[in-house]
Design a protein around this ligand. Structure first.
Ligand SMILES: *Cc1c(COP(=O)(O)O)cnc(C)c1O
Length: 322
């Protein structure tokens, strides 16, 4: 059975719901980056989004679509990364209780950030317990609505509002580069690109060590891989979703990969040249452009989504030192 896929009109509805709540993030340009590539680059800076990443868009949109009864029972998700913080913050803004299931050994800073936004953290043993089983048991107990990090129509269309804002601001583009984990951001961006800039070539960019999306595109079906080891922790997913895969398969130009060294170099470029803090995963799309993984003709207009800026300062310091 094929699932009902979201469309661009759902992205428009999401953008109406997010107006005045999510930040309309800035689009930066850089003469240095243009000089290095020969293209005209437009960086959509979701590192300046609330809680530091685009995930706020999908999380808020999904919770705001729940009925009053569903809201009373709260929401639940499993994540130790940006999605956890997004759900915690969005739930607090909407007056909904949020439970976040995280591994016991998740970084203390991430647990604290999630709790700081009002989320209730429940931990499990990564080596003994199955995270989805833990989540399902809690969900049955409380009746909370599960909001997964990417394979959910309202999450996908919420994420698609970032690319919509980019096209609304700078007009049609020749290329758009988007990072790829589970595919929420890429599939949402594809819906916006198809409607607002139909001839734009859209590339997904994955970490080299976790190229399940690229393999899936080649094979024509979702390929699962073991948990990859990469600097890009936000894209260390093991498979695309039942909704994100068909949207990506039918609309993406191609999926390419970049290595950890290229991510670290791109982080330093952003710090030194553009004065912005970007987390390793947030550098995926830019790394593919700056390292010319895709040949781009001179003068082309290229959109690049910078997806987030949440990085532990100690790790940041080490990466800055090279
Ligand atoms: C979640 C995340 C991604 C990957 O997004 P998907 O929707 O899972 O593809 C990329 N960058 C950052 C900063 C993220 O938090």
């Amino acid at each position: 059975m094929s699932p009902v896929l979201p469309t661009y009109s759902d992205v428009v509805r999401a953008s109406e719901i997010l107006a005045g709540v999510a930040h309309r993030t800035p689009v930066l340009t850089s003469t240095t980056a243009d000089g290095l590539t020969g293209a005209r680059l437009y960086f959509k800076c979701e590192n300046f989004q609330r809680m530091g990443a685009f995930k706020f868009r999908g999380g808020y949109h999904a919770i705001s679509r729940l009925t009053p009864e569903q809201r009373k029972a709260g929401v639940i998700t499993f994540s130790s990364g940006n999605h956890a913080q997004a759900i915690a913050l969005a739930a607090r803004l909407l007056g909904v209780e949020a439970t976040i299931v995280m591994p016991e050994d998740a970084p203390a800073a991430k647990k604290a950030a999630t709790q700081g936004y009002g989320g209730k953290v429940v931990t499990y043993d990564r080596y003994k317990d199955d995270r989805e089983a833990v989540t399902r048991a809690l969900q049955q107990e409380t009746g909370a609505a599960l909001i997964p990090p990417y394979d959910h129509a309202d999450v996908i269309t919420g994420q698609g509002t970032a690319a919509k804002e980019l096209f609304d601001e700078v007009g049609e583009l020749d290329y758009l580069f988007v990072c790829l984990g589970g595919g929420g951001l890429l599939s949402g961006s594809l819906l916006s690109a198809k409607a607002l800039s139909p001839s734009c070539k859209v590339y997904g960019v994955e970490p080299e060590a976790g190229n399940d999306g690229q393999q899936s595109l080649r094979k024509g079906q979702v390929v699962r891989i073991p948990a990859p080891k990469t600097l890009a922790d936000g894209a260390a997913t093991t498979h695309l979703g039942d909704l994100t895969f068909p949207i990506i398969r039918d609309n993406v130009t191609d999926i390419v990969t970049v290595g950890d060294d290229q991510l670290a170099q791109t982080m330093r470029f952003f710090a030194q040249r553009m004065k912005i803090v970007v987390e390793p995963t947030g550098c995926l799309a830019a790394a593919a452009v700056l390292h010319k993984v895709v040949a781009i003709p001179a003068g082309a207009r290229v959109g690049v989504i910078i997806s987030g800026g949440n990085v532990d300062l100690e790790a940041y310091g080490r990466l800055m030192a090279g």
